[in-house]
Design a protein around this ligand. Structure first.
Ligand SMILES: [Fe+2]
Length: 242
């Protein structure tokens, strides 16, 4: 079984989600295009969905090794994300299907696009003014690619925890609008806490490595953040775990 056939069996998240049949001729053509990542397109050219997953997988799988360098991974993963061809037909179908099913439902939609042991890719969809409140990502990294829309993103570092284990001090490290084709990142130590507020209909392609599992979901924290800076400081905020 060659590599493409192997991937065919492993990577069925989007096609499965869309209810598409994966006929072999289509797969072969798809896989041939995927090979573009190995040199048939310019270094900074757009890569299709399968090539994107191949590249992310390569970077994410070394997280178990001693020499795992999170910052290096984030740098490479964001460069890969920035190259993803958002017009890939498979992705466009997924974007359209999630939009059709999610618009008007009054909540943010989380749709798995790919689930592997080392990483998950999730489509996160917001309608205008929908918000994800301040939360952290325990021992995780995240790369958020804006596929469409405009979302305001605040990032924070955890400065310290009070003795009561409930109150924390956060340092706001960035505040920017994430627009189509742009990437926002977080590591286990830096920018790990964020808040997102959609200014328009928005779809994000999020890569989490390692992915959420039961423990990481249990260890996650949501925060109520004092809107006024701590002791008049406009970078430091007092927050309480929910
Ligand atoms: Fe998040």
């Amino acid at each position: 079984m060659d590599d493409y056939d192997r991937r065919h069996f492993i990577r069925t998240s989007i096609p499965g989600f869309l209810g598409l049949s994966m006929a072999l001729p289509a797969i072969t053509a798809f896989a041939t295009k995927a090979n573009a990542f190995q040199g048939r397109v310019p270094e900074n050219g757009a890569i299709n969905w399968d090539a994107f997953l191949t590249a992310v997988e390569k970077e994410a799988k070394v997280q178990h090794l001693d020499q795992w360098n999170e910052l290096n991974y984030i740098k490479k993963a964001s460069a890969i994300a920035a190259r993803l061809n958002l017009q890939d037909p498979l992705l466009e179908k997924a974007f359209a299907a999630v939009k059709k099913s999610g618009v008007g439902n009054g909540r943010i939609d989380f749709t798995p696009l790919e689930k592997q042991i080392d990483y998950h890719v999730t489509l996160v969809q917001f309608e205008k003014n929908e918000e994800i409140a301040h939360h952290d990502h325990p021992e995780m990294t995240g790369v958020l690619l804006c596929a469409t829309g405009d979302v305001e993103v605040w990032n924070y570092d955890l400065l310290g925890e009070k003795a009561d284990k409930e109150h924390v001090l956060l340092k706001q490290t960035s505040h920017a609008n994430l627009l189509k084709g742009k990437v926002s990142t977080l590591t286990s130590k830096e920018r790990n806490i964020h808040r997102l507020l959609a200014k328009d209909f928005t779809q994000l392609v999020d890569i989490f490595a390692p992915p959420y599992d039961k423990k990481r979901i249990r260890d996650s924290n949501w925060f109520d953040v004092d809107p006024d800076g701590f002791k008049g400081n406009d970078e430091i905020y007092l927050a309480k775990k929910r």
